[in-house]
Design a protein around this ligand. Sequence first.
Ligand code: DGL
Length: 264
Amino acid sequence: MKRPIGVFDSGIGGLSILKALRAELPHEDFVYVADSGHAPYGERNDAHVINRSSAITAHLLTLYNIQALVIACNTATAAAIATLRLAHPQLPIIGVEPALKPALALSQTRRIGVMATRGTLGSAKFGALVASLAGEAEFSCQPCDGLADAIERQNAPNIEALCTYYTGAMGRFGINIGEIDTLVLGCTHYPFVSDALRKSVGPNVQLIDTGEAVARQTRRQLPEHCGTDSVGTCRLLCTGDPNALQHAAERWLRLDQPVNSLLL
Ligand code: DGL
C-alpha cells in the first residue's frame, strides 16, 4: 500500500514547495494541508504555531499514515520542527529555512537581502544561522508583515505596494559594490509574487527560493520509494476558505480538483 507524503503550510504558500516536490517525485502521492483558518503564522506567537503544527501532523499520521512530512513553511519550521521531531522520532521531517548559504555562494557584492515573516526572522533558529555566517556577507533582513496575507487574498494592489515598500526599506539593489545583488525569499508565499519583486529590484538581482533544494532533500529522506508505473495523486485539504487554495492550485500547479474542508 502506497503511503503519501504530508505537506503543510499556513495557507497557499507551501504550494511553491509542493510544485517542486511533484516535479522531483512525480510518482509519489501527496496530502497538502493549508491551515488558512489559523493564518498567518508569521505574526502569531510560537505557542500558536507549535499547536497548529502538532495538530496537523497528528491528523496526517492518523488519517493518512504519511511516510514523511514536509513543513512547507519557514515560520513553522523555525517554531515547531524540534517539537515535532521529538514527538515523532520515526517520521522523517523535512523543513525549510531561508536560503542564506546558497545566496552566499552566488552573491558578488556580499550584500544579501532576506525577506521573511517576523516569526522567522525573530526565531532562535534563524539567529543561529546568521551567526554561523557572520563576517561572510552583510544580510539585510526585512520582516514583511501583511505580505503573506495579501498573497493569500490575491490582493494585487496590496501585493505591489508591499513589495515596493519592503524592498525599498532594505537598501539599494543592483550588481555594483555596496548594492544588494541577491534576494532570499524566506517565506514560501513569496515565490508567487516574484514578478512584483522583480519590478522593484530590477533585472540583475538574483531571487532565491528553496523549493528545489527541499524536494531533493525529501527524496533523500524518503523511507519508501514507490514504483514508476503510476502517476502520483495529490489531495488538498484546507481549514479556511477552500476557494483560495483551489484557485491557487489551479493557477500555479495546474491541479484542477476539489479542495476538502478540514475541521481541526
Ligand atoms: N508561508 C509561511 C512561511 O514560509 C508563512 C506565512 C504566514 O505568515 O502565515 O513562513
